[in-house]
Structure formats: structure tokens, C-alpha cells
Design a protein around this ligand. Structure first.
Ligand code: GDP
Ligand code: MG
Length: 369
């Protein structure tokens, strides 16, 4: 377990427990003798008491995902995960919708009735996963939380508008994530479309088109007429093959929460992207501070699944509460273990929040002093 109780900390610092509690109160925390303080909180507290501490042998974060290295012979090809980003109104949503409609299988299944935040299309027998969360805000939020889900970024630029501030932001995000970029020059059906200008503007930002001797693929498309979509999908598949994306399907599943919500009828609903292993019905699962068991699992078409391998987005029912987008999830031994880890995670987050709050008070006191 991480941290120490108020009583232990008081002993270690050589001050009385009431003194510690009083100080904590000044720092904005109503604490009890048996309350656990995180290492960070202890440092702030000691500082405020004019003592120096060195926290040694800091407790390991048991809730952190164990790091695993798969042997290369365990790895199998997996679908690429693609995010579409770009300036507002340049056609991200339209493009995602248009790509989705190219999926014959989905059309035959009676169309896509629900939005689960991700979908797949099949291109020449290769599956491609698209993250369909609204705008790149979602991607930013996921990234801010340290989640790395994307393999390829498609940056959409309207050919009649050119490079705009959020275009550059999107490029920065993709570069920070170390993700290769494909530029989709959209709205080429428009009369005033100038796809060459878009190329020139991006070449100036070090995204030089392959046809100009650079290494960034540009594809002219129209989400409206469907022109260029096949070429865009082929470009994605080619780039994915070059990247040799692989994962171990024969492991307990782990991955990232893409979207979540509370459904009035069905309870907590989460869209998960499986990134390693295979997720199965009945699996005990933990995501952030929420635990549960996979009670039902459907794909983006609403079809029930018994299992889902790496690169597959699924909608899952069976969490006790709503996990947050960006939370990592993983399958564990038992539901009991899942609950324990979820509780420990919640405790840890609370302690971290407390330490942050205390540090703010301390710095505020410095300012006022
Ligand atoms: P987003 O904000 O990037 O998601 O952009 P939207 O997909 O909502 O598109 C913004 C506007 O551009 C909408 O009115 C679309 O109908 C229009 N639009 C999107 N793609 C195209 C296209 O290829 N051609 C034309 N003419 N209009 C498009
Ligand atoms: Mg949109």
C-alpha cells in the first residue's frame, strides 16, 4: 500500500499527531489519525512543518498496468487505428461518414444505427479501425491522459480554405504522438478548390508531398461525392503495412476506453479499443476506478460478439460505474481483484488530488507571506 497513516507520519516527523492534524487542517484537509497520506502529501506536510523528509522505497503503484514485452513469435498483424483530425468545418465528420458508407458489410447488415465512437471498414481484405469521436478534442483529451491509441493520423484540410490554426494544432498533436500523417485534401468538388495551394502551405510546414519528393502522402478527396476515398483507404492500408503493426492476441485483454456514458436502460456503457490480447464475454475487467465483468459486447454495427482481438473497438456493458475516456482497461483474474484494483486506484487519485491541493495552499501562503 502506498503512503503512511497520519499517526505514522507524526511519529516519523517527531511531532504530535494533533499537531499534524492541525497543520493538515490549515492546508485544507480534514484528516483522521488512520487516514493514509500519499508520499507527495507527506512531503508537502513536512515542508509546512519546517521539516525535511525523504520518502524512500516509495510504494509501487499496484494499480498501474504491468509492463509486458511479448516475444516476437507471439505477435500477429492487427488492424491500424486511424484518427481523423483537422480544422473545424474542413469535413472531418463528413469524411468519417463517407468512409463508413464504403463498408459494404455494414450496409448489408442494415446500416449503422448506433454511434460507438469507433468503427471498422475492410479494404481489400484488410481491416482498418477509425476512431470516430467527435472532433480532435477527443483525441487531445485522450492524449492529455497519456493514452496512445492512434497509429495513423489523417489530417483533413479543405481545399477551398487551406491550412488553418487547428490544422497546425492537429499536425503538432500527431507529431508529438509520433504518429505518421496522411493529408486528405477535402472538398475538391468545390469550384474554388485549390489543392496545390494546400500542398504548398503544408510543404512550408515540413510536410512535403511525396509527388514533390517529400515523404507525406496527400490524397485529394471529396466527402460529398466520394471521389478519392478508395485511394485514401489504400494509402492508409499501405502505410499500415509499412508500419508492421502487430500485437499478441493470446493474452488477457488490455487497451483504452474511447468513449463512455450512462445509458438509462442499460447502465454504464463503454467503448473499448482492445490493444493487446483478446477480450471475451464474462471477463472480469477494471478500467481506471471502475470494475465489472463483460456482460455484453457488440461491434460498431450492433452485432453481438463473443470475443474481440487487438485493434477491435467494442461496446461493453457490465461496468459498475462509468469509466473515463482515456482510462486504460485490463482483464484480471477475478471480479473481486478488479474491484480491489478499482478501489485502490480511486484511493490513489484522491491522495494525489489532496497533495495537489495542499501544495496550492502552501504556495499561496508563500505569496501572502
Ligand atoms: P468538421 O467540422 O470538420 O467535422 O466538418 P463537417 O464534416 O461538419 O463539414 C463542414 C461542412 O462542410 C458541412 O456543411 C459539410 O456538408 C461540408 N463538406 C464536408 N466535406 C465536403 C466536401 O467534400 N465537399 C463539399 N462541397 N462540402 C463538404
Ligand atoms: Mg465534425
Amino acid at each position: 500500500r502506498s503512503g503512511s497513516t497520519v499517526k505514522e507520519v507524526a511519529e516519523a516527523l517527531g511531532v504530535s499527531a494533533p499537531e499534524v492534524i492541525k497543520k493538515l487542517m490549515e492546508l485544507g484537509e480534514l484528516a483522521t489519525l488512520t487516514q493514509t497520506l500519499s508520499d507527495e502529501a507527506i512531503e508537502v506536510l513536512a515542508d509546512a512543518l519546517g521539516k525535511r523528509v525523504e520518502v524512500i522505497g516509495a510504494a509501487e503503484d499496484e494499480t498501474a498496468e504491468p509492463e509486458v514485452e511479448d516475444d516476437s513469435e507471439q505477435l500477429e498483424p492487427r488492424p491500424p487505428v486511424v484518427t481523423v483530425m483537422g480544422h473545424v468545418d474542413h469535413g472531418k465528420t463528413s469524411l468519417l461518414d463517407a468512409i463508413r458508407k464504403t463498408d459494404v458489410a455494414a450496409r448489408e447488415a442494415g446500416g449503422i444505427t448506433q454511434h460507438i465512437g469507433a468503427y471498422q471498414v475492410t479494404v481489400d481484405g484488410h481491416r482498418v479501425t477509425f476512431i470516430d469521436t467527435p472532433g480532435h478534442e477527443a483525441f487531445t483529451a485522450l492524449r492529455a491522459r497519456g493514452a496512445q491509441v492512434t497509429d495513423i493520423a489523417v489530417i483533413v484540410v479543405a481545399a477551398d480554405d487551406g491550412v488553418m490554426p487547428q490544422t497546425l494544432e492537429a499536425i503538432d498533436h500527431a507529431r508529438a504522438a509520433g504518429v505518421p500523417i496522411i493529408v486528405a485534401v477535402n472538398k475538391i468538388d468545390r469550384e474554388n478548390a485549390d489543392p496545390q495551394r494546400v500542398r504548398a502551405e503544408l510543404a512550408a510546414k515540413n510536410l512535403t508531398p511525396v509527388e514533390w519528393g517529400g515523404d507525406t502522402e496527400f490524397v485529394d478527396v471529396s466527402a460529398k461525392t466520394g471521389q478519392g476515398l478508395d485511394q485514401l483507404l489504400e494509402t492508409i492500408v499501405t502505410l499500415a503495412e509499412l508500419s508492421e503493426l502487430r500485437a499478441n492476441p493470446n493474452a488477457p485483454a488490455s487497451g483504452t476506453v474511447i468513449e463512455s456514458r450512462l445509458d438509462t436502460g442499460r447502465g454504464p456503457v463503454a467503448t473499448l479499443l482492445v490493444q493487446r490480447g483478446t477480450l471475451r464475454l464474462g471477463d472480469p475487467i477494471v478500467a481506471g476506478t471502475q470494475a465489472g465483468r463483460v456482460r455484453a459486447m457488440t461491434d460498431y454495427r450492433g452485432e453481438r460478439l463473443k470475443e474481440a482481438g487487438p485493434g477491435t473497438p467494442v461496446e461493453v456493458l457490465g461496468f459498475d460505474g462509468v469509466p473515463e475516456a482515456g482510462d486504460r482497461f485490463r482483464v484480471v483474474e477475478s471480479e473481486r481483484e478488479a474491484r480491489r484494483l478499482a478501489q485502490e486506484r480511486a484511493q490513489r487519485l484522491k491522495q494525489e488530488a489532496l497533495a495537489r491541493q495542499m501544495r496550492r495552499r502552501v504556495s499561496l501562503e508563500d505569496v501572502l507571506a
